[in-house]
Write a protein that binds this ligand. Sequence first.
Ligand SMILES: [Zn+2]
Length: 479
Amino acid sequence: MGYRCVIGLEIHVQLQTESKMFCSCSANFFQAEPNTNICPVCTAQPGALPVLNRRAVEYAVMTALALNCRVNEYSAFDRKNYFYPDLPKGYQITQYFHPLAENGYLVIEDDEGIPKKVRIRRIHMEEDAGKMFHQGDSITMSTYSLVDFNRCGVPLIEIVTEPDISTPSEARRFMEKLRSIVRYLGVSSGDMEKGALRCDANISVVDESTGKSSSRVEVKNINSFKFVEKALEYEYSRIVESLKAGEDVGTETRGWDLATKTTVSMRGKEEESDYRYFPEPDLPPLILSREEIEDLRKMLPELPDERKKRYEEQYSLRAYDASIIAERKEVAEYFEECVKLYGKPQTVANWIINEVLRELKEEEGIPLAPENLVRMLKLLDSRKISTKIAKDIFPEMFAKNLNPEELVKERGLEQTSDETLIENLVRKAIEENPKTVAKYKAGKTGVVGFFVGYVMRETKGKANPQLVNEVVRRLLDEA
Ligand SMILES: [Zn+2]
């Protein structure tokens, strides 16, 4: 009997609307100087009234539909009261009693690769708070904090899952899949490092021999996909240790500390009653008609799972390859552009997965034009260059969007099928390595690779490897 991990996630997704949730300030807050992207509404001046951003509602509904939720025709806003310096109103406008959407799910793969549904309890809309910057050091005691209100009122949705996640790596896959979906929808950058996608995780551990569950611990401040997994692994071990010692961890909120790779206690967890929720008197209920909701459903693009399925059917891609290509919208679109120009989808997929994705930087897009990748595939098909040369020149070609035909010509990289040249090199290698030849004669055919490698080195990778192989075998047999 062991221990079973139970994880639920609360995820904040920043919506990339033009303006903020309740005023016309830009939602693109991080480009502005601190405290310049603000107005009376988002800094809570007396008498200022919020007006709901229609686009934010549309984005929230689209996300809810993509996550298989029931979107409520009636939802409403509430005040969540708490004091913090980055919250000038002293409360956050959120949806507590009547959320926008409920009862959805997202299918992820479990650790064995088997599809599994993670239920989504609710999705509601709310506004973001400002940001604190803590300055100075604690030794000289010259510490102080600055606050920037630029982010106040930026639209968010909060997605709350049921505790259906069973391992830290499932939690990471959930977040990755969610990012993929919000990017496909175009509703959020999904960038965890920049805070556009933020995750709090609740974790408890059940002792399977007694059926008893530990207290529930909340881990906050997780700002990368890797740390979702790391923080939960750390917390799982910590809770199991405590259970083994016949104790229990307390119910508390902990933060992931990047420096020590551990979680540290922040505070005892708040109870919901601490927030004194009540209906927001300055905003009417949010009423959506069935038609409006269905119109938004029609606007949903093809999502990663559907695209994966289509790639398997339409292009006969292997399931794993199809899922890698479909995961990122820009990669999927790149793949389709290449396939339009070149009729071998699996070859395109292999190059994208092995080479393009290795070179691709997270936020920069694909610099190499599809035409140039396809030119290279054609050079390979016509045996003008070897695979080794193609892989050697690829990083530079990719970064600078170079035409491989010109590059190969300029640098004299054409593959050589000059049989006399290859024969001479093989003969030389045979003369210089009588012991290796003897091994071949004794049945160790693996040494063929040694001679092929020799010729490839001498020709700087330009020899046609198939021809070299043939010549090596023939001359070794004759030797
Ligand atoms: Zn404003």
